[in-house]
Design a protein around this ligand. Structure first.
Ligand code: ADP
Length: 666
């Protein structure tokens, strides 16, 4: 095939992956075109590109998933090729076809291959025919309840129901016994329909404690197929990868050779072109094909770190018709790489996605450290898209050193303004079982309480930091000069003769109270049993050192109204400052209002007004950041009114329903 050159590449994506693709494009002398939605007008990917074109409003359906708008942008810019990244349109066969029809190079396999591999059922049938080992299961067309139930019984419980069109763990349900089958099937179908517009399912034997191991493959137009080792992807939560490694400690050289050859055979069976990933689940008994991803994977950097290759460059070269630059026997793996996915989410609150403006951002740097991100300080994390803030990738000569480097780098990563899973990742990478490599896909779920232990109570030094944060905040609001000493201040409260002041905070159900004393020797703080001199000095906006007696620490404080997001070496505290001077200090009467915990779309209403409900009964489902959140009755009582409808996009704090707790007084 003739080589087809292009000099302008449109990237139909956003965030870290768009930025990462642009880096390679730039190095190869290509000019890059970004597309952006209204929510991403100032986003990093739009700014980094040589050209940026608006493609629509924030909801993905109207922008990043809008094929016409993306092709329009390509036409306007004169781009010769489109890289879809991952997610969005990357595995959309219609899009690949539309690109081809418009005379554009699609950086990925053909529409036919995408369509074929997009159906887990069809892919399994094909792989089975090609002699690739697959998990025992049912992947035929017939979808009636009796057939599916019979198949589950034949396979033997426990089984997994999977959406055939699935991805990201959606539409997947574990069924332990026949009694659970009907309901699990209905809910898997519902989720699959909502997510993929297709409710076909397959059924698989559920393996106990398997590992998830994937092999990177590459095919070109010249008949070459190369595999680039495996990635260990067993550290998952809700079937979504959290930490990935290359290579896997569980794979012996003999098994590596076998898995790699199987992956190449699987890719060859579909004449695969470009970058792909053959995914296996594996246990002591063997390894089994589960699916093939026809795109660049989120975790591709770990493969890049151990091979020294640039997979995006390979993609672009193969797409333009060049042969793969390496022969199979020339591929080498060196050292060990780990990737951790940093999300805007609150691990201690059920991994609730967090939105907001990033007020502070500091990345770790140094030998063997790579950060892939699309965010910087001042950017907003919106509810429209995936909450992945950054990928932190480390390399070291061996696994123990890589883990050590990762833990260190995670500690050096500072993000304020939105809640992140950084602390969760630190604890995870510090876990002795992770150090031993003794992991499987259920590990995180089983260890969740050890990994997310409720935030530790504030220590005196943390309370001191909270007090310092209040005073710095007041000074800033009043435009006063920053100064350590309250005696230099000219604002109201010391002049008014007050010699002490109570500062109170609430975190969930805890309340913390401290008293600040102003004496001749300066300021001191009384908290629980301790009274000690208190001082601080500001380092940079929002970041300061606080000194209480002999103790000191560095803290970061971010305000939003009277909510203080305080990060200290002991943890992160989401505090509400109970300001006695604020008019609306009264805490809202609990119970009667059901409010949106985050911005999102109401996708289902599960209870009707006028119904009596037990505590915990589902009321409605809110979809935010690609996840479903069920809001439940806060107590036994009655739903008195609904204030939203299916399809409504609601803001955080919006009232969705009224609920009247049952009268429990005697
Ligand atoms: P998706 O495409 O939705 O991500 P996959 O088929 O790739 O779904 O599976 C995702 C995860 O689900 C796997 O990484 C593994 O944790 C779990 N899983 C999948 N199949 C099985 C199985 N047969 N037995 C046990 N766990 C499985």
């Amino acid at each position: 095939m003739a080589v087809r050159r292009f000099d302008k590449l449109l990237i139909a994506n956003r965030g870290e992956i768009a930025c990462r693709i642009m880096r390679t494009a730039k190095r190869m002398g290509l000019s890059s075109v970004a597309v952006f939605s209204d929510a991403d007008r100032d986003a990093m990917h739009a700014v980094l590109a040589d050209e940026a074109i608006r493609i629509g409003p924030p909801p993905p359906k109207e922008s990043y998933l809008n094929i016409e708008a993306v092709l329009d942008a390509a036409g306007k810019s004169g781009a010769g090729a489109i890289h879809p990244g991952y997610g969005f349109l990357s595995e959309n066969a219609d899009f690949a076809q539309a690109c081809a029809d418009a005379g554009l190079l699609f950086v990925g396999p053909s529409a036919d291959t995408i369509r074929l591999m997009g159906s887990k059922s069809a892919a399994k049938a094909l792989m089975q025919a090609a002699g690739i080992p697959i998990v025992p299961g049912y992947h035929e067309r017939a979808q009636d309840l009796a057939t599916l139930r019979e198949a589950a019984e034949r396979i033997g419980y426990p089984v997994l129901i999977k959406a055939s069109a699935g991805g990201g763990g959606r539409g997947m349900r574990l069924v332990n016994n026949g009694g659970e089958f009907t309901e699990a099937l209905a809910s898997a179908r519902r989720e699959a329909m909502a997510a993929f517009d297709d409710d076909q399912v397959l059924i698989e034997k559920y393996l106990a404690r398997p590992r998830h191991i994937v092999v990177q493959v590459f095919g070109d137009n010249h008949g070459n197929m190369v595999s680039l080792f495996e990635r260990e992807c067993s550290l998952q939560r809700r079937h979504q990868k959290v930490v990935e490694e290359a290579l896997s400690v569980a794979v012996t050289p003999a098994r590596r050779a076998e898995m790699s050859a199987t992956a190449r055979a699987a890719a060859q069976a579909v004449n695969y072109l470009g970058a792909g990933t053959v995914e296996f689940i594996a246990d002591a008994s063997g390894f089994y094909f589960i699916e093939m991803n026809t795109r660049l994977q989120v975790e591709h950097p770990v493969t890049e770190m151990i091979t020294g290759l640039d997979l995006v460059e390979w993609q672009l070269r193969v797409a333009s018709g060049e042969a793969l630059p390496l022969k199979q026997q020339e591929a080498r793996a060196n050292g060990h790489a780990i990737e951790a996915r940093i999300y805007a989410e609150d691990a201690d609150k059920g991994f609730l996605p967090s939105t907001g403006v990033i007020r502070h951002w500091r990345e770790p740097a140094g030998e063997g450290i790579r950060v892939d991100t699309g965010f910087r300080c001042g950017d907003a994390v919106t509810p429209y898209y995936d909450a992945l803030l950054a990928k932190l990738i480390v390399w070291a000569p061996d696994r123990p050193q890589a883990i050590e480097r990762m833990v260190h780098a995670l500690h050096g990563f500072k993000i304020a303004g939105v809640t992140t899973n950084l602390r969760f990742l630190q604890v995870l990478l510090d876990h002795p079982q992770v150090a031993r490599g003794d992991i499987d896909v259920g590990f995180i779920e089983r260890e969740i309480s050890a990994l997310t232990a409720q935030a530790a109570p504030m220590r005196a030094i943390d309370m001191a930091a909270a007090c310092a944060a209040v005073i710095l905040h007041e000074q800033e609001e009043q435009g006063a000069q920053r100064d350590d000493s309250p005696w230099n201040r000219t604002d109201g409260w010391t002049l008014a003769g007050r010699r002490s002041r109570r500062l109170s905070f609430r975190e969930d159900t805890h309340r913390y109270d401290a008293i600040l004393w102003y004496g001749r020797d300066g300021l001191s703080m009384e908290f629980e049993e301790i009274t000690a001199p208190l001082r601080w000095s500001e380092r940079e906006p929002q970041s300061f050192d606080v000194i209480l007696g002999d103790a000191s620490e560095r803290a970061t404080a971010t305000w939003s109204g009277r909510d203080l997001d305080l990060v200290t070496p002991h943890g992160r505290f989401a505090l509400a400052w109970l300001d006695p001077f604020a008019a609306d200090m009264q805490e809202a009467a609990a119970g009667s209002r059901i409010v949106a915990p985050m911005p999102g779309t109401v996708t289902r209403i599960l209870a009707q007004p006028g119904t009596d409900l037990p505590r915990g009964a589902p009321l409605l489902v809110l979809e935010a950041m690609k996840m479903e959140h069920t809001l439940r009755a806060p107590a036994d009582g009655r739903l008195t009114a609904l204030k939203c409808a299916v399809g409504d996009f609601v803001q955080e704090g919006a009232e969705l329903a009224e609920f009247e707790p049952a009268d429990t007084s005697p």
